[in-house]
Design a protein around this ligand. Structure first.
Ligand code: 13P
Length: 344
């Protein structure tokens, strides 16, 4: 079992490849569809995701795994083929979002804790039967505005780290590789050094909790935020500073036994997410695979190109394939702005 977990965790960060996060909850996908004027129905969600999963070349060459929402794991393509099978036939590993969202943390106004542990063992057994081989759980850590250092509190970080470790231990027990995702949000007005400090503190708590709960690090994957300036901060760190500080922060907190680290995009632009990953891999100085697990930074372009029209399918698949290829190059540190423009 542990060897199988380790193999999957390694494959999820294979060079040249990364993860497509297509696990938007019903509320989030509705928001994305609203943005392009498409009604969110079971059929439209299926059509959109089927279109992405049928971008076969991109999946085969640049995508190691796909994170699905519960509904999608159970859906079939228009011709009756289960969507999970489309993904595995293209050589990618299907995975499942297992958390039930970030809810208000009692006694800590403005802070969140992710729920979804009750009944999880039984849900995981079913997900394995349905074809999933990894799980994902996202914890959300906010940084206080206007220099408020009380957020995040250690209570919030501790509660989220504990829940991440509970889900990771349960996932491994059921033969599934956990993606441990503690996201420090980039929404505030903080500078990059405050993001560094909060990310380091969070990751250290998370790895302590994983140790206490006997999680096999070799059979797990970390999905962290990059170390960035807050979106509302007047001073924005450049690509090299982001890459250097992100790797330095990870080196302080993430054991080298972890095979793969796959970043979330978290609201960066498509190009920023690619450029930052590329700079980290170009420096080529880490014990882990460094790759991507992007939602928005892989899907913004195809969503826009699609707009809900069947006729736009080839353009949308081309847009998705392009972003997947650019990020695939970034895992080798071989991406450049010239290639971006040449291929566009
Ligand atoms: P973004 O890349 O859009 O942040 O989404 C990744 C994800 O899966 C968040 O849980």
């Amino acid at each position: 079992m542990s060897q199988q977990l380790a193999q999957v965790a390694e494959a999820m960060g294979a060079k040249g490849k990364g993860i497509l996060a297509a696990d938007e909850s019903s509320g989030t996908i509705r928001k994305r569809f609203d943005g392009i004027g498409v009604e969110s129905t079971e059929a439209s969600r299926r059509d959109y995701r089927e279109m992405l999963f049928r971008t076969t070349g991109a999946l085969r060459d640049c995508i190691s795994g796909v994170i699905l929402f519960d509904e999608t794991l159970r859906q079939s393509a228009a011709d009756g083929t289960p969507l999970v099978q489309l993904i595995s036939d293209a050589g990618a590993i299907p995975g499942i979002k297992i958390d039930k969202g970030a809810k208000d943390l009692a006694g800590a106004p403005g802070e969140k804790v992710t729920e979804g542990l009750d009944g999880l063992r039984e849900r995981l057994a079913e997900y394995y039967e349905l074809g999933a081989r990894f799980t994902k759980w996202r914890a959300v850590i906010d940084i206080g505005r206007g220099g408020d250092r009380s957020i995040p509190g250690s209570y919030c970080i501790g509660a989220n780290a504990h829940a991440l470790a509970r889900m990771a231990a349960l996932s491994q027990e059921q033969g599934l590789v956990p993606i441990v995702e503690p996201e420090v949000l980039m929404d505030g007005d903080h500078g990059i050094d405050r993001c560094f400090e909060v990310t380091e503190a969070t990751l250290k708590q998370v790895y302590m909790a994983l140790f206490h709960q006997r999680v096999l690090l070799e059979g797990s994957v970390l999905k962290p935020n990059m170390v960035l300036s807050g979106k509302l901060c007047a001073e924005q760190a450049g690509v090299d500073e982001v890459a250097e500080k992100t790797v330095r922060c990870l080196k302080r907190a993430v054991p080298s036994a972890v095979p793969s680290i796959v970043f979330l995009s978290g609201g960066q632009s498509d190009l920023e997410a690619t450029a930052h990953l590329n700079a980290m891999n170009a420096a080529n100085d880490t014990p882990w695979n460094l790759s991507f697990s992007y939602g928005r930074a892989l899907q913004a372009a195809p969503l826009k190109a699609w707009g809900g029209e069947v006729d736009n399918k080839p353009a949308a698949q081309a847009a998705f394939g392009h972003r997947a290829r650019m990020n695939g190059l970034a895992t080798h540190g071989r991406w450049s702005m010239e290639l971006e423009q040449a291929a566009a």
